[in-house]
Design a protein. Structure first.
Length: 295
């Protein structure tokens, strides 16, 4: 539909209506939008509560499959000062998948839990990684019961946008290092280059980048949509923000997303310096730590 036809489809014929009827339609539309916002926020809070229930079932990960899994990934958690408060262990976490219109538990087993905190420090989401130490890299292999396809063993629950898994507190750190995954972020810590920095995992590229400007010629421009007021921005005390770029995804698109996130942060935090630290092409930083890549 063109614009006028779309308005007619949504609102009905508007020519010849009285000002009072037009105002009534406007008020009805506003009330509907407000109701939709309230419903969305209720759903969001319900999911956060579900995530918190699972989080509270977790326990200290020291000496568990979580520590063994990280050792398998060449991450010596004791050398990093032990586990942060944001990490827990669940010995038997159900894995549910949506099949034929309903949620079905298709696996259960040990899992690493990670709390995602909003910028206000409050719990806002949960990240889960299912583990199986009999497999080469320690992650579980969970198959779709009907198709046999491998399902994603890393899943979020809650509201992650703008949040982070705080692997080090760094509440006064002037430098912050951020990456997509926890393993990549821990690998950056293992390098020991910025021992006083804060290391936060931002869960995925979308959370690192926020919304970008779109349109002809802008796909790889790396320009942030500044109307996105929920995108990740570091705390005010951070003076240097380093995004770790994985080399195992499309390099142009990945770099453009990271540039958008850094440019937004620099625009909103005057004086902030942003940079990208790239892993070798075809590898992520944990591959490098485990002996892959060219260093």
């Amino acid at each position: 539909l063109d614009f006028k036809a779309a308005l007619t489809w949504l609102c009905g014929e508007v020519e010849g209506i009285t000002p009072a009827e037009r105002e009534a339609r406007i008020q009805k539309a506003r009330a509907g939008a407000a109701a939709a916002r309230r419903a969305a926020e209720k759903y969001r809070q319900d999911v956060i509560r579900q995530a918190r229930v699972i989080w509270e079932q977790g326990r200290d990960p020291s000496g568990t499959e979580v520590e063994a899994y990280l050792a398998r990934r060449s991450i010596d958690i004791s050398a990093l000062g032990g586990f942060p408060r944001a990490i827990r262990f669940h010995p038997d976490l159900p894995y549910a998948h949506h099949i034929d219109g309903e949620w079905r538990v298709v696996h259960r087993g040990p899992a690493m839990l990670a709390a995602i905190q909003g910028m206000d420090g409050r719990f806002s989401a949960l990240h889960r990684t299912w583990l199986d130490l009999s497999r080469p890299k320690g992650k579980a292999l969970i198959l779709h019961p009907q198709t046999g396809e491998a399902l994603d063993v890393k899943k979020g629950l809650g509201s992650k946008k703008g949040g982070a898994i705080r692997l080090t507190g760094g509440l006064r750190a002037g430098t912050m290092v951020c990456a997509e995954g926890m393993e990549t972020t821990w690998s950056a810590m293992m390098a020991g280059v910025y021992p006083e920095a804060a290391f936060w995992c931002l869960v995925d590229l979308g959370n690192m980048a926020g919304r970008r400007q779109t349109g002809k010629g802008l796909k790889y421009a790396g320009l942030p949509d500044m109307d996105d007021d929920e995108a990740f921005v570091p705390p005010h005390h951070v003076q240097r923000l380093i995004f770790v770029m994985d080399g195992d995804s499309d390099p142009r698109d990945t770099r453009a997303k990271l540039e958008a996130g850094l440019r937004r942060a620099m625009a909103l935090r005057p004086g902030l310096k942003g940079q990208i630290a790239a892993a070798p092409n075809g590898f992520d930083l944990n591959d490098v730590l485990m002996g892959g890549g060219d260093g």
